[in-house]
Each structure stands twice: as C-alpha cells, then as structure tokens.
Design a binder for this molecule. Structure first.
Ligand SMILES: [Zn+2]
Ligand SMILES: [Zn+2]
Length: 404
C-alpha cells in the first residue's frame, strides 16, 4: 500500500501541461484501467471484511453501515460494493476481468445485480451453465459500455427467469427527493419505473417543444429544468390542484414592507423568504411580488401581518389578456418567448405606487423578468413609436437584433 501511495504521490506531481496529446490520452486510458483495478481491490477487501464481520469491532451493524459511517460512502455505493463483492464469488470470469481493470465497477454491478441466487438456481434447473454465462457476460462487458452490457444481461434474465422480468415490470416504486442546499439552491434526485418516467418525459417534452426564443443557447438539461418548473407553475395557475388547509396552493413569499418598498440595492435590509425553500434576495422577492398569481403577505417591523393579499392578484385576467395581445411575446430586446412563458411585469412596481394597468404592464419571460429585477435592466415603452426599449444597468440601450 505504501508503494501504491508513493506512486500516486508521484502521479499528482506530474505537470499535465507537459506531455504530448498522445501521451496525455495514453495516461487517461491507463488511469481509467487503474481506477477499475483499485475499485476491484476495494470490492474484494470489502467482501473479506464482510465475511469476517469485522465491522462489529467498530460497533456497526453491517458492512454497508460501516462503509457509510467510516468511509462516508453514499448509501447506493455502499450497497453496490458489498453486494457486488458477494456475488462476484460465483462469477470468477467477471471477477477476473474486474481485477484486471478491463471492466469497471458499473459493469460488475450490472452483471451481479441480475445474478440473484434465485436466478442462478433457476438457470441450473434449466441446464444453463453458469460458467458459460459468466464468460459470455464478462466478454460482453469487456467490449461494451455498461448500458449495452445491461441489455445483454436483460436477455439472459428473460431467458432463465421470465417471471422475474415480470417482477421487475411490477416494480412501480418511485422516489423523488428535494433538498434546499446551503448555497440557496434546491437539489433534486429521483427514480421512476418506465411508465412513470414516460409520463414525466412526455409532459416535459411537450413544454420544451415550443419554438425556442431567438438566441436561446440553453442545454437540454437546462431546458428540461425550465420545463419542470413550468409544469408546476401551470398546475398551480390552473387551479386544479387539491386545496391545502382550505386554501388554493400557491407560492408564498414573505417580505418586510420596508424591504418591498425600498429602492433597488438599498443597504441594510434583509431579503424575503419563501415558505419552503427559505431566504431569498430582496430583488427576487420584489420580482415574485411583481408577478401575477403570487399572493402577498406583508408584515410590519414587529413581524405581524399588515396585509394578507390572497384575493389581490396584481394583474387581473382581463388586463393580462390585453397586455398579451399588445406585446405578443417577451418585450426584452431580442427575445421572442411566447406569452405562456411570460410574467406580467410592473414597469413601476406596485410597491412604489405603480398601477396594475395595461400602460404599466409588460410581458417578460422568466429569464428576462429576472434580468429586470435581480439584474438591474429596465424596460421602457417609447411613446413615439409605442415600442419597448431595453436598457442596461448603466443606462445604455440594448439594441434589438431581432426583427430589425
Ligand atoms: Zn417585474
Ligand atoms: Zn425574454
């Protein structure tokens, strides 16, 4: 181990700017194989410790628990390492390929996960040679990426255990977790059965397939995330969701009245906060309050509510309709996002006395509504031409390249 450690120290000392392109690629390839070998060694060591129940020395209830507690492994990785180690004992060819670094931990997992003791027994009953299967799957894993190996594994499972594939098909468990991180961002992860995933995918695809606004360079992942939020907003705005404690569900922003009425960037004020996700920047709170469909609870300096604006939607449906007809799309320079993506922005915020009217309203897509509040851009309608103009925080105009 100490030699391995000093070899790794040497490796960390290499100046990666030095080697030629070819040498660099060779290095990446070799490191990838080495990482596989190290993962295989880890799996074997975990298996040995698991067998001898060494985890009990530290008061852990299982090897998996010990890996989570002492190695800070994620639960899925701990489960995978323990279970792969156990099952590889029956698959010498796959174990050898892993130990040689020819296949990775994901390959080994794909194969071992399918090789349940029940299926191995069924294969034996059906006269299928386990050694032969092991050789075929190990060769497949050597030659393909894990997702392709998984397809071959599925075929084997379907052959020995047709009921088992039905069991898999009957697995409709779904998980979806959301956590707000310390950085003020929300992290999500989840897992669905094929049918559940298809529903989600179909709805998101429908929301993504609209015409992309001019100059939209967002990645698939970014567009999919925007579509997911749009799905939630459409459901909330549609009013068809079940009521919560007698109220229509809605996004709740709490913000101090002084903060709401303060000018942009005024110092000395804390931000607002969202019911679940927690604190937000005061500009973000002002943007949410600016938008139709978000109710307001104004609290005074003593924290008591001054105004619970449940019924006071900032833009009535009629006014919104009129603004949509006039503006047709997001009015930010160069953007043509359709009305259904847009908020109705108050040019003069209602907190500063701006009326909720056609004159004072403008369609802005969520991104550009953010540019106008958090980003400090402004939009103004030119009385002479009746066209919207966009200004940077420094007062210079953003000239629209679209349609000019
Ligand atoms: Zn606004
Ligand atoms: Zn826009």
């Amino acid at each position: 181990m100490s030699e391995l450690r000093s070899a790794l120290d040497d490796l960390a000392g290499i100046d990666l700017a030095e080697p030629s392109d070819d040498t660099l690629l060779d290095l990446v390839g070799e490191l990838s194989t080495t990482a596989n070998r190290v993962a295989a060694a880890l799996t074997s060591a975990v298996r040995a410790a698991d067998k001898r129940e060494t985890y009990r020395r530290d008061g852990a209830v299982s090897m998996k628990a010990w890996l989570r507690g002492s190695c800070r492994m994620a639960p899925e990785q701990a489960t995978a390492t323990v279970s792969t180690g156990r099952r590889l004992e029956h698959l010498p060819e796959t174990a050898a390929a892993f130990a040689a670094g020819e296949i990775g931990a994901t390959h080994a997992r794909v194969i071992t996960k399918a090789m349940t003791p029940g299926r191995i027994a069924k294969a034996a009953e059906a006269g299928i040679d386990l050694g032969e299967t092991d050789r075929i799957l190990a060769d497949l894993a050597r030659a393909t990426a894990p997702q392709d190996t998984a397809r071959g594994v599925k075929q084997w499972v379907a052959g020995v255990d047709p009921d088992g594939t039905l069991d898999d098909a009957a697995d409709v468990r779904r998980r979806f977790t959301m956590a707000s991180g310390l950085d003020g961002r929300v992290h999500v992860r989840g897992e669905f059965d094929a049918v559940g995933g298809e529903y989600l995918h179909t709805a998101l695809a429908a929301l993504m397939n609209g015409d992309r606004p001019a100059g939209d360079t967002r990645s698939h992942a970014e567009r999919q995330a925007v579509a997911l939020v749009a799905l939630a907003r459409t459901a909330l705005d549609g009013g068809g969701l079940p009521t919560v404690r007698g109220e229509r569900p809605h996004v709740r922003v709490t913000i101090d009245l002084m903060v709401l009425c303060a000018e942009r960037g005024a110092a000395g004020f804390a931000g607002g906060s969202l019911g679940w996700a927690g604190p937000i920047n005061p500009e973000t709170a002002r943007r949410l309050a600016c938008d139709a469909g978000v109710s307001r609870i104004l609290t005074g300096p003593n924290g008591l509510p001054l105004d619970v604006g449940r019924e006071q939607r900032t833009s009535t449906a009629g006014i919104r309709r009129a603004i949509e007809v006039r503006d047709e799309h997001c009015v930010f320079a160069g953007c043509d996002a359709p009305p259904e993506w847009c908020d109705v922005h108050h040019v003069v915020h209602w907190a500063h006395g701006g009326p909720t009217s056609c004159e004072n309203g403008a369609l802005l897509c969520e991104r550009h509504h953010t540019s106008c509040h958090e980003g400090g851009f402004t939009i103004r309608r030119d009385p002479a031409t009746a066209r919207w103009r966009t200004y940077r925080p420094d007062g210079t105009e953003v000239l629209s390249r679209a349609g000019l």
